[in-house]
Design a protein around this ligand. Structure first.
Ligand SMILES: Nc1nc2c(ncn2[C@@H]2O[C@H](COP(=O)(O)O)[C@@H](O)[C@H]2O)c(=O)[nH]1
Ligand SMILES: [Mn+2]
Length: 355
């Protein structure tokens, strides 16, 4: 199909089902361009995908986790003072973040009922340290301080986004200018706003629980499930970030490095978008049977990078194991090969918390 671009390279594996799904959305009425990024994989609709439409939008492409994204924060905690065992113990003492009270600092009531929680699945909070700086100038611009522990938070609009989708899930596209489209986009924008606010609230709550609140600073926040209107087209990004809002974060898994990258000059080829992660390699249902013999109850809570994992759900530990994801270095190499990014820095996980 002429309106499909796949950003990939020889070494980067993309499953056939994902390509078939991408072809499916490319054939929808009003779709003018479709891009599969190197992290493309199958989902309810394809993930790691960009769908550009004219005259219509498709809520089902974005799905229920409207506004899901990654926020990177510096914690104010000096790496040399970071007490891994103490934080592991403290995090093991809470089952979920809902065990700690949430204060809504905004005047309006929150449409997210479970405000202050991260959510399940592959949502996570991860403490990281700087592994390598490639671009000192951009790091300085971001105020990325190598001596500090960072916190990467992956979360979305929680049950709010799903409530919005439920209202529109039977529509086969919302026509531009229609009341239904205006109403969806108004709800969608609220979900983006509150998803970003929720990330901030969670970061403050988590660090407050660990005894640190005074020097938290947001460095980057990039959403990856949303619709952007650009001129007369609508860019649907499902598991894809905008390449037009400055540096972005591309994590791999709890057992691999996270990349901070800067979009390069011409990202028209990828519909002004970049990857949001490594992308899933194995279906959740296959993970436990494939790797259960490799780990015991302690070793599944550590990674080859010597980081630790706090998660009370054993099945989830297997479903989200590093083996379940594609190789992040290959994803980054594909983006580099297409001239879409410059690498700014890499971060190494030290402790992953799953709610
Ligand atoms: N650093 C970590 N990265 C992770 C972890 N679990 C998943 N991931 C990466 O995040 C994206 C998010 O995907 P989404 O489609 O659910 O938004 C995923 O593709 C992985 O590359 C983790 O625990 N730590
Ligand atoms: Mn997400």
């Amino acid at each position: 199909m002429s309106n499909i671009t796949i950003i990939t390279s020889e070494k980067n594996w993309i499953e056939d089902t994902a390509i078939t799904q991408l072809k499916g959305v490319a054939a929808l009425p009003g779709v003018v361009r479709t891009v599969g990024l190197p992290d493309l994989h199958a989902g309810k609709s394809p993930v790691g995908a960009v769908v550009v439409t004219k005259g219509v939008i498709y809520p089902h492409i974005i799905g229920g986790d409207i506004g899901c994204g990654m926020g990177l924060y510096s914690t104010g905690v000096e790496c040399r003072k970071f007490k891994l065992e103490r934080w592991v113990t403290k995090l093991n003492n809470i089952r979920e973040l809902s065990d700690i009270q949430t204060v809504n600092p905004y005047e309006e009531p929150s449409p997210i009922y479970d405000l202050g929680t991260i959510g399940g699945g592959n949502h996570f909070a991860e403490f990281q340290v700087v592994e390598k700086v490639y671009d000192q100038e951009t790091c300085a611009m971001l105020e990325l301080d190598e001596s500090q522990v960072m916190l990467l938070l992956h979360s979305g609009s929680r049950s709010y986004g799903q409530r919005i989708l439920n209202e529109y899930k039977d529509c086969h596209g919302l026509a531009a200018g229609s009341e239904a489209m205006q109403s969806y986009l108004a709800d969608h924008d609220q979900a983006l706003l509150w998803a970003a606010r929720n990330r901030e609230i969670v970061v403050n709550k988590l660090l407050g629980y660990l005894g640190y609140t005074s020097q938290i600073q947001k460095l980057i926040d990039c959403q990856h499930n949303f619709i952007e209107q650009k001129g007369d087209v609508y860019i649907h990004r499902k598991g894809a970030v905008s390449a037009e809002l400055g540096p972005v974060i591309i994590p791999g898994s709890r057992g691999s490095l996270t990349y901070i990258v800067k979009p390069a000059g011409n990202t028209e080829v990828s519909a002004f978008s970049l990857s949001h992660g490594a992308g899933r390699k194995w279906a959740r249902s296959l993970c436990k049977s494939r790797i259960r013999n490799k780990y015991d109850r302690d070793t599944i809570r550590q990674t080859k990078l010597k980081s630790r994992v706090v998660c009370h759900d054993t099945d989830l530990l297997f479903q989200e194991a590093p083996e379940a994801y594609k190789n992040i270095d290959t994803v980054i190499a594909s983006l580099l090969q297409f001239g879409l990014i410059h690498v700014v820095a890499t971060l190494r996980p030290v402790l992953t918390y799953k709610g």
